[in-house]
Design a protein around this ligand. Structure first.
Ligand SMILES: NC(=O)C1=CN([C@@H]2O[C@H](COP(=O)(O)OP(=O)(O)OC[C@H]3O[C@@H](n4cnc5c(N)ncnc54)[C@H](O)[C@@H]3O)[C@@H](O)[C@H]2O)[C@H](O)CC1
Ligand SMILES: [K+]
Length: 513
């Protein structure tokens, strides 16, 4: 399922009208009818009687308002009482909205002129927000701001037409004020703002309804952002998710994952990472740690091989010669580096040796990302010889990109795409709605998982899963996407087994993989 910006939506819209020749009024008719249909369905599902309902449609002066007039007509036809509140007089409306206004008048709909009359909110059982759509620029101005505040304060259920008014369709930023919708009927395609927080929260439950724009047009007009679902895994990512293991295979058929992770204080990070790799299906896993630690970890993951690397008795990673890790990596199919590694003097240069030296796919997580972020000479590092996957959380992403965490969260899709393209890496920007960006400009947004996964060690599990998939021969985009999807799905299964997701542990994810 494609996710578009307002600008991409305009291109799709224009192409449909001008090249394919579907009249704009037909698209608007479809849009309004779909909104009304959804409302009628929800009323019925809630066991309420249409005859007992009275809805108020808030109509703005743009085409979003035009959709509102159409929706009102179809609600009325479905036997649901409806009135339309006009934010501005018809002479200020877009031609399409003005046309729908005139039709509404002749149709006999009850209209309220907000510049002359106050809305008696108590009269209604629900509200359609058709004030502002994808044509919005910046924070809602008057009279829209006041209407949005009143609608929110009314505590009536609000159904947003296309997007909640006040939401930035391109980023998910919410302006002050912004409609808090119970549901949103997205027209033709999901807008980015509906899937990124905080926008995703103000949109409530989102459904996407077709309005006559061919679904395939998105790809042909260059849209490269989509929901990470099974259709994406099976389609553009080319993964057969129902594929079974062949019977005549052995552990050597499924790759060998090397995990360089953990220190005395954070040995659990390495443990979770190594276990996750094995649970995600690699045939063999080697867990490398500084030698001083190895004796304490014997038998902790019996299925993994434990490699204690000479550390001159220091128990830290910079005293482990990078060459020793590279020598182990020679026999492995992917290397995960960073969880629980700690930070040391000169560690950025230490990482450089591994970045330039490792000929197998590399997953960098946690401390390895901070080493990378602080490398003053990163621009001079030789390009990697195999795929690289970075798995930062927003704070680590901020350090990598040299911006604030707030900046990262403001436009996760845009930032992840730019970073991945610029640095030739596959980037997994973690957090609610994890974003996977590939070096060729494709972006996948994950929608599974839950807040219980905001727990120590969940990231270490993800790094292990992705490295495991890389060692099984999946390419970087496939491994990152399938890994993120499996990780979220495991989290959802684990959360179902607990009274509250709050008590979920990273170790629980392993059991569900
Ligand atoms: N996607 C489609 O193919 C179709 C979409 N439809 C609907 O049309 C809107 C987009 O319509 P547009 O006229 O471009 O924009 P808006 O309705 O969002 O109008 C905005 C309106 O308000 C003014 N404005 C802009 N920013 C602000 C602000 N911050 N405060 C106040 N006013 C503002 C601006 O000048 C415009 O006049 C889309 O979302 C769908 O709902 C079609 O109906 C069907 C085809
Ligand atoms: K709206």
């Amino acid at each position: 399922m494609y996710i578009v910006t307002a600008e991409e939506m305009r291109r799709l819209d224009n192409h449909t009208i001008e090249t394919i020749g579907i009249p704009q009024a037909a698209l608007m008719e479809n849009a309004g009818r779909e909104i009304a249909r959804q409302i009628a369905t929800w009323i019925a599902e809630a066991g309420r009687k249409s005859a007992a309902e009275r809805w108020l449609v808030l109509a703005g002066k743009g085409n979003n308002g035009g959709d509102g007039f159409v929706a009102a007509r179809h609600l009325s036809e479905a036997g649901i009482a409806v009135e339309v509140a006009l934010a501005e007089p018809p002479e200020r409306m877009s031609p399409e909205a003005a046309q729908q206004h005139d039709i509404a008048v002749r149709f006999g709909l009850q209209l309220i002129h907000c510049w002359e009359q106050k809305i008696a909110w108590g009269r209604y059982t629900g509200v359609v927000d058709a004030l502002l759509g994808t044509g919005t620029r910046g924070a809602p101005r008057e009279p829209y701001a006041a209407l949005i505040r009143e609608a929110n304060a009314s505590a009536l259920p609000i159904v947003a037409a296309d997007i909640p008014s006040g939401l930035d369709a391109a980023t998910g930023e919410t302006h002050e004020p912004c409609i808090r919708a119970e549901r949103t009927v997205a027209l033709a395609f999901l807008k980015r703002g509906l899937v990124q927080y905080p926008g995703a929260e103000t949109a409530g439950h989102v459904v996407v309804r077709p309005i006559g724009i061919p679904a395939g047009l998105a790809a042909s007009l260059g849209v490269r952002t989509m929901i990470l679902d099974e259709a994406a895994l099976n389609g553009p990512l080319g993964i057969d998710v129902s594929r079974e293991r062949r019977a005549d295979t052995h552990k050597g058929s499924y790759g060998h994952t090397l995990i360089a992770a953990g220190t005395k204080r954070m040995s659990g990070a390495g443990l979770l990472c190594a276990k996750a790799a094995l649970r995600a299906g690699c045939g063999l896993a080697t867990w490398a740690v500084p030698a001083s630690l190895a004796t304490h970890l014997l038998g902790r993951v019996p299925e993994a091989m434990l490699a204690g690397l000479a550390d001159a008795g220091h128990g830290d990673w910079t005293h482990v010669n990078a060459e020793a890790i590279l020598a182990l990596a020679e026999d492995c199919d992917a290397l995960a580096l960073g969880p629980g590694m700690g930070r040391y003097e000169g560690d950025s240069q230490w990482l450089r040796g591994l970045w330039e030296g490792a000929g197998c796919p590399l997953v960098l997580d946690a401390d390895a990302l901070n080493m990378l972020a602080e490398a003053p000479d990163f621009a001079d590092w030789q390009p990697r010889r195999a795929a690289t996957v970075l798995t930062p959380h927003p704070g680590e992403m901020a350090r990598l990109a040299g911006v604030s965490t707030r900046e990262v969260q403001r436009d996760r899709i845009g930032l992840a795409r730019r970073y991945a393209e610029q640095h030739g890496v596959t980037l997994v920007l973690k957090g609610a709605r994890t974003v996977v960006a590939t070096p060729d400009g494709a972006v996948y947004v994950n929608v599974n998982g839950n807040a219980g996964m905001a727990t120590a060690g969940a990231g270490d599990v993800l790094a292990g899963i992705i490295a495991s998939l890389l060692s099984q021969g999946f390419d970087a985009a496939q491994a990152a996407c399938l890994g993120v999807y499996m990780h979220g799905a495991a989290g959802d299964r684990a959360a179902l087994k607990r009274t509250s997701p709050a008590s979920l542990l990273a170790g629980d994810l392993l059991e569900e993989l």
